[in-house]
Design a protein around this ligand. Structure first.
Ligand code: FAD
Length: 311
């Protein structure tokens, strides 16, 4: 969060990428290759999501370890309360700590796949705030602790004022940055950031940006998060909906324009939900002229490239 505050002070745009643990071993290998390539784009950090319970959550820890200690990427590990008694939380935090990871996104978590409603686990935590408090209590200032924010409401709470109060509680408990749910309307996000500030939330607020990969995925995700889609987005995408390449091209312009508006309004860090795909995120970054190039190389050598004699 200190780095984010610095980039805002210097008015220097930065960005980060979210990945999720793939279901197959081949998928994991492909993702490592992709992370490797995306490392060259120069993200400030990457984060790895936490799947509810079981093998995939173990994979989160492993991927954090590889990204942080092999690829030398600053990594943020998501951690949720779903199906997590304290002993499992302790194990996950210890693994992150041992891997040299210093960033946790503390979440309550989605309900497990077989349940519709979220329920607390015996011996676990009820709200993300409780997890923030626990991490702070156990690890002091070792971890930068991020929390989730919802500019347009969330599944089990659509009262925006109540959600803001709960966000404030997470920050007061020790949260040091906020990452938001995806959105497609910059004005809604900008107004929400102002409300956060008015409420005394003074930590960096990072917008969650979902690039457009296909028309079906765009509609599905917008419906799922119930985010507002400006009418001109539908007007631009509808005529090309059956041509994936054209959708990505039009989507790139729309998302880049939205990011441009955020940057013009003092939001200097962009967080991309990559969905484990490089192309659409790269296209947006290129449109914004943010990727490193000959005239504007990466400012610092990347440790893993150095170790391979590439820098
Ligand atoms: P909380 O802040 O704990 O809120 C949960 C609910 O409880 C809300 O309705 C809130 O209003 C209410 N609440 C909070 N405090 C109180 C209180 N004191 N009294 C009464 N009610 C209260 N899910 C995953 O499973 N894995 C992931 O990796 C993951 N990553 C995410 C990343 C981002 C950026 C975002 C935005 C979401 C992510 N999610 C992930 C989804 C998230 O776990 C769900 O949206 C979940 O339903 C809410 O999590 P939270 O951390 O916001 O919960």
């Amino acid at each position: 969060s200190a780095k984010l505050a610095q980039s805002a002070q210097e008015k220097k745009p930065t960005y980060s990428f979210e990945f999720f643990p793939p279901k197959t071993a081949q998928g994991v290998q492909n993702l490592y290759d992709r992370m490797d390539r995306m490392h060259n784009f120069g993200p400030s950090f990457i984060d790895i999501t936490w799947g509810a319970g079981g093998r995939l959550s173990h994979l989160t820890c492993e991927m954090v370890k590889v990204a942080q200690s092999v690829y030398g990427l600053e990594t943020c590990m998501h951690l949720t309360c779903t199906d997590m008694p304290r002993s499992k939380i302790d194990d996950a935090l210890k693994e992150a700590y041992n891997a040299g990871c210093t960033n946790i996104l503390a979440l309550r978590g989605d309900p497990p796949r077989d349940k519709e409603k979220w329920e607390a686990t015996r011996g676990g935590f009820r709200y993300a705030k409780d997890l923030v408090e626990y991490i702070k209590d156990r690890y002091g200032n070792h971890f930068d602790i991020g929390v989730a924010g919802y500019p347009e409401g969330c599944d089990d709470q659509d009262d925006p004022d109540l959600l803001l109060q709960h966000l404030k509680e997470k920050i007061d408990a020790g949260g040091t940055f906020v990452v938001t749910q995806m959105f497609y309307d910059a004005d809604i996000f900008i107004a929400w950031v102002k409300k956060c500030k008015d409420l005394g939330i003074n930590v960096p607020i990072i917008p969650g940006i979902m690039p457009i990969h296909t028309h079906a995925a765009f509609l599905r995700r917008a419906n799922w998060t119930k985010c507002n889609v400006p009418p001109e987005w539908h007007e631009a995408l509808e005529p090309v909906k059956n041509d994936d390449a054209a959708v990505r091209e039009v989507g790139k312009s729309l998302v880049a324009k939205m990011c441009q508006k955020l940057l013009e309004n003092g939001i200097y860090h962009l967080h991309f939900y990559t969905m484990n795909l490089a192309q659409s995120t790269r296209m947006v970054l290129e449109e914004l002229e943010l990727t490193p190039c000959e005239e504007s190389p990466l400012t610092k050598p990347l440790p893993w490239r150095q170790s391979l004699g590439l820098n």
